[in-house]
Design a protein around this ligand. Structure first.
Ligand SMILES: Nc1ncnc2c1ncn2[C@@H]1O[C@H](COP(=O)(O)OP(=O)(O)OP(=O)(O)O)[C@@H](O)[C@H]1O
Length: 664
């Protein structure tokens, strides 16, 4: 039975509206085991006929019947399957894929089968043994002679065990010895029961076969049988063909990526610089924000607000301005700023408030502190509360009964070298306050130093214990109610909520309190730092647009360079989508490699800059590249790569396989 029948095949090319008929109602059929040579004058339509037989051309009239089954729908998908399953191509110019080894070239076809990877390699090696090239399997095509290249191409054409082998001038580029070798192999293929159809101008080739068909003016003009077709007992194919798997495509993409490493490295450096800059500036923003927060929170707890009596009579004044009014009189007018227990209870009742501590913040008159032989003035007395952080104490602990925490510069007045030893020693303080009758009273106290904080007595308060200070004040008829209260809030997320409620508390329609919270000071600082670092990162990100253009341009170039390869893959049965994905995967690989490089450089830069400025910033890491910035840069790289590959990969997929194959 004929394996292939062509009935009334008509094919015309059109230039504009003008029709150029090439095949004009051609009828021919081919048997199993036949070695058919198609001869004819140049331009007679031989290649056109081969493209139809090979399933590369779908635009013709007439019927192609394969194994008794009419090629009915001629849809792209069924033609891909047909090429993969039924035909094997051999070209005059070999058409091997230059960046793949001899073995990998044969494997392309085998990757479109359901054989295991191990069996695919076994089969490829058997085929290379069959064509006498097994010892050359690791070579690249450009390390082979013309005859060897054609034998690799034959092995590749045979790999998926097709019924029909189509060869377009297979010996056209070979010397006589190689021509003889190739013809022998083609005869053997026919003897194995396959149909070999060869287009040739050479009489030597033609007489080697079993049948010679002449084509002229779009018709078969003669059909001469030289020998009977070879007969063999059919051995059924031991595998099925299938489309190229994702892993096979990924492997090919990575092979080309590595082959093209120099060009890819240049692009990677470009993209990596952009990604590095974005990560670096965001990391600098994080670091700067963190450093400023640390500086401030080392001094006081930002989640603990300070609450003071509102003295302003103007109810419309915002908290910020009313706070300034209170602060003007806070240290000196204890009557006006004293907070009664009833008011404290109001704060205690607010949701999320765990406890309320009482604090004095007073600015005494004629205040001096005597440390050993040195007497120093000091501006302010405060009492310890949760506002003060334990970490602010460099040596010692918070003040207990009749104890005081002093600034370190004062401790250094006592002893330059052994200043820490002042902890546990007693110092003397003298100051004046105004009592309840408005009369100045002198207070003189001996206090034990319990701890040392950073600062100077000219600017920093002496920090005492509330209970004992309150007692001292009461003994001198000085107002002993706190003038500051410090609520502790259960969770930092509730701070703003509680502050708002405190600001809204009223007695006789007049607001009770003003508040001061470091978190409100930190907020604008953090916002500004974030904005600056994001703007810098965005400016750096512009370079990523340049990278995007660079990848688009190089992928287009790559499609142009690899047009022939695309044609070969399509001829072997790869689908449009396979071609698209090959380019997309390779570009995504490029994106990922760029991201990896960018991340490495960002971490090196981070470590370098942090080490360089560590001395200036108390060992604080001013560059802090975050995990989200790292993950973000990977995502950006992938998105850029996908976006950049979209158009070029689409173009590659749309290439007409016939035109792609004839590309020089
Ligand atoms: N894509 C095309 N568009 C228009 N005309 C075409 C196209 N491809 C082929 N032709 C024309 O169709 C005719 C047959 O071409 P074909 O390549 O099939 O001839 P051939 O017999 O294989 O020639 P050769 O022996 O020189 O390879 C030629 O006149 C050619 O110019």
């Amino acid at each position: 039975m004929a394996i292939l029948e062509l009935k009334n095949i008509r094919k015309s090319y059109f230039l504009g509206k003008e029709e150029f008929p090439v095949l004009k109602g051609l009828d021919v059929s081919f048997d199993k085991g036949d070695f058919v040579s198609i001869l004819g004058e140049s331009g007679g339509g031989k290649s056109t006929l081969m493209n139809i037989i090979g399933g590369l051309d779908r635009k013709y009239d007439g019927e192609v019947i394969v194994n008794g089954v009419k090629q009915a729908d001629k849809k792209e998908k069924s033609m891909d399957e047909y090429r993969r399953d039924t035909v094997g191509f051999i070209f005059q110019s070999f058409n091997l894929v230059s960046y793949l080894s001899v073995l990998d070239n044969v494997l392309i076809s085998l990757k479109m089968t359901d054989l295991s990877h191990k069996d695919q390699i076994k089969k490829a090696e058997e085929l290379l043994t069959q064509v006498g090239l097994i010892e050359h399997k690791k070579k690249s095509p450009n390390q082979l002679s013309g005859g060897q290249k054609q034998r690799v191409a034959i092995a590749r054409a045979l790999a998926n065990d097709p019924d029909i082998i189509i060869a377009d001038e297979p010996t056209g580029a070979l010397d006589s010895q190689n021509t003889r070798d190739v013809l022998e192999i083609l005869s053997d293929i026919a003897k194995s029961g396959k149909t070999v159809i060869v287009v040739t101008h050479s009489q030597e080739v033609a007489v080697h076969g079993t049948r010679i068909v002449h084509l002229a003016d779009g018709q078969i003009t003669s059909d001469e049988r030289i020998k009977t077709a070879y007969t063999t007992t059919e051995t059924p194919r031991e595998f099925k063909t299938k489309s190229l798997s994702f892993s096979a495509k990924s492997r090919m993409a990575s092979q080309h990526f590595l082959h093209n490493w120099k060009q890819n490295l240049m692009i990677m450096i470009g993209v990596a610089i952009g990604l590095f800059s974005v990560m670096f500036f965001l990391g600098m923003g994080n670091g700067a924000k963190g450093y400023m927060n640390k500086m401030i929170t080392d001094l006081a707890n930002p989640n603990v607000p300070m609450v003071m009596k509102r003295v302003s009579v103007d109810e419309k004044k915002k908290n910020k301005d009313a706070l300034a009014d209170t602060q003007q009189v806070l240290g000196t007018n204890s009557e006006k700023t004293a907070i009664s227990d009833d008011l404290i209870k109001k704060v205690e009742k607010i949701d999320h408030v765990k406890k309320v501590e009482k604090v004095f913040d007073v600015a005494p008159i004629d205040a001096s502190v005597t440390v050993g032989k040195v007497k120093e003035a000091f501006p302010e007395i405060q009492t310890w509360s949760s506002v003060n952080t334990a970490s602010s104490i460099k040596v010692g602990h918070k003040p207990g009964k009749n104890e005081v925490v002093i600034p370190d510069t004062l401790a250094k007045k006592w002893s330059k070298t052994n200043w820490k030893n002042i902890v546990g020693k007693t110092i003397h303080v003298d100051y004046k306050l105004v009592d309840k009758n408005g009369k100045p009273v002198s207070i003189s106290q001996d206090l034990k130093v319990s701890g040392i904080v950073k600062g100077s007595p000219a600017q920093n308060p002496l920090t005492m214990n509330f209970a004992s200070t309150s007692k001292t004040f009461a003994a001198k008829n000085v107002v002993s109610d706190a003038n500051v209260i410090v609520p502790t809030i259960d969770d930092s997320h509730n701070v703003d909520k509680v502050i708002k409620k405190i600001q809204a508390l009223k007695t006789d329609d007049k607001k009770d309190f003003v508040t001061f919270s470091l978190s409100t000071v930190l907020k604008p600082i953090n916002t500004i730092t974030s904005i600056v670092s994001i703007v810098l990162a965005l400016i750096a990100g512009i370079s990523l647009l340049v990278s995007l253009m660079m990848i688009i341009a190089t992928t287009y170039m790559s499609v142009a360079e690899r047009t022939k390869e695309i044609g070969i893959l399509r001829a072997l049965g790869a689908r449009k989508g396979d071609i698209r994905l090959l380019f997309v995967v390779e570009t995504v690989l490029l994106g990922l490699a760029s991201a990896a490089l960018g991340i490495i450089v960002a971490f090196i830069g981070e470590a370098g800059v942090n080490a360089a400025v560590s001395g200036l910033l108390d060992k604080y890491n001013i560059i802090q590249v975050s995990v989200s910035a790292v993950l973000g840069s990977v995502v950006i790289a992938i998105v850029i790569a996908l976006f950049a590959s979209l158009m070029p990969a689409g173009k590659a997929a749309k290439l007409n396989p016939i035109e792609a194959l004839s590309n020089d």
